[in-house]
Design a binder for this molecule. Structure first.
Ligand SMILES: [Zn+2]
Length: 391
């Protein structure tokens, strides 16, 4: 394959949907499209709608960063691609026009719906649940926006859980469905993923005249550790760009706190009188594996299993994180858990870390220190932590 061919891509917008993009390059065909709501883009200025399309292009190009791209529509905000390419040490791409051009439909810029001060990206997982609970505790009602199919896995369960949560907490909920065949996945998807997510939430909530968009934070400055869409400087620049398009919105990253977050949520549940933790969905196990993984805990730690949600497998990183936080911070639903069960959980988690070092690599300092403290606490209770368990 000639080099020039390999490093070029064609990007086409659909005639019917201004947010339906297909890309073709030497390796195949890709697609990224907003399919629901069918009015996506309404309430945003024409310039913001153009920026949204450029952001989608950036997400499609992210994995390979081809040198030359050709589009069938007028390309706006090439500076976004320039900044992305430069971040990865590449020259900005050449942007050419295909012979046949389309004028993408501009969706109704004047559309106005019920007003909310802020919108929060809502995956249905722990950190997004925490963001909502915090706002509720401050007497604020955000619009929760769920972006379906952003990630490669777990989309169906996340979507159901996120909607159920918002119903239960009486929080307005908006689901945006992406057709995501972008080829952008794995760790490298973070090159553009969070920017795409934030802009999607801002555009989806544009008719609601929001002033702030909340997403998960955890951004930084070191280019060897943080991708483009996790860069603090990029976010400052992006917020300015948003304002230039006529959208008076600021995107704010709320730092996730890991195990401490569970403690905070337990406090917020009490304060608000609502149930949050049992509704959180972020188990890593596939649906068909979950009952199997869970069985072990039902036998060894029956009270913990009984008081854990149907989304809980017990064994994956996220479920262990949940159990650890709930025990450590004294979730009232866990008040009758025996010391033996707690000791089993601690021991088993150390065993699991040894057995699966790739999981241990993902563990935060917060996880390790809470686990160690819990181990000490249960050891003081006179338990022989080193006792071998059958199985
Ligand atoms: Zn799990």
């Amino acid at each position: 394959m000639p080099r020039s061919e390999q490093l070029s891509a064609q990007i086409m917008v659909s005639e019917k949907n201004p947010f339906d993009l297909s890309m073709r390059d030497a390796s195949g065909k890709y697609r990224l499209a907003f399919e629901e709501p069918m009015t996506f883009g309404q309430g945003a200025t024409e310039e913001t709608q153009n920026l949204m399309r450029t952001m989608m292009v950036a997400h499609l190009l992210g994995p390979k960063l081809p040198e030359k791209i050709s589009t069938n529509f007028d390309f706006h905000f090439p500076e976004l691609l320039g900044a992305l390419y430069e971040y990865y040490g590449k020259k900005k791409p050449r942007i050419l026009k295909l012979d046949e051009q389309i004028n993408p439909e501009v969706r109704d810029q004047e559309m106005i719906q019920e007003r909310y001060d802020q919108a929060t990206s809502h995956s249905g997982g722990l950190d997004s649940a925490y963001r909502i609970a915090e706002l509720l505790a401050q007497g604020k009602k955000p619009l929760a926006v769920h972006l379906k199919n952003l990630n490669a896995k777990g989309n169906y369960r996340e979507s159901i859980a996120s909607e159920e949560q918002c119903q239960k907490w009486k929080v307005p909920y908006l689901s945006v469905r992406l057709r995501n065949n972008s080829g952008s996945s794995g760790f490298d998807t973070m090159r553009t993923r969070d920017l795409l997510l934030a802009l999607t939430v801002a555009v989806a909530a544009a008719p609601n005249q929001i002033k702030r968009v909340l997403i998960e934070g955890g951004m930084g400055t070191d280019p060897s550790q943080y991708h483009f869409s996790e860069q603090i400087d990029v976010w400052v620049w992006f917020n300015k760009l948003l304002k230039d398009t006529g959208m008076d919105v600021e995107v704010v990253g709320i730092d996730p706190g890991d195990i401490e977050t569970i403690g905070e949520i337990i406090g917020l549940e009490k304060k608000l009188g609502i149930s949050i933790l049992p509704m959180v969905q972020n188990c890593f196990s596939a649906s068909f594996q979950l009952p199997n993984n869970r069985r072990k805990w039902e036998i060894e730690t029956p009270s913990i299993a009984k008081q854990s949600s149907e989304h809980w497998c017990g064994s994956c990183l996220k479920c262990r994180r949940m159990t650890l936080g709930r025990i450590y911070y004294g979730d009232p639903r866990f008040k009758n858990i025996s010391k033996r069960e707690i000791a089993y959980f601690v021991q088993d988690t150390y065993r699991w870390m040894k057995l699966y070092p790739h999981n241990a690599d993902l563990l935060s300092e917060s996880f390790l220190s809470h686990l160690a403290a819990l181990g000490n606490r249960s050891a003081i209770g006179g338990l022989r932590l080193r006792k071998k368990t059958p199985r």
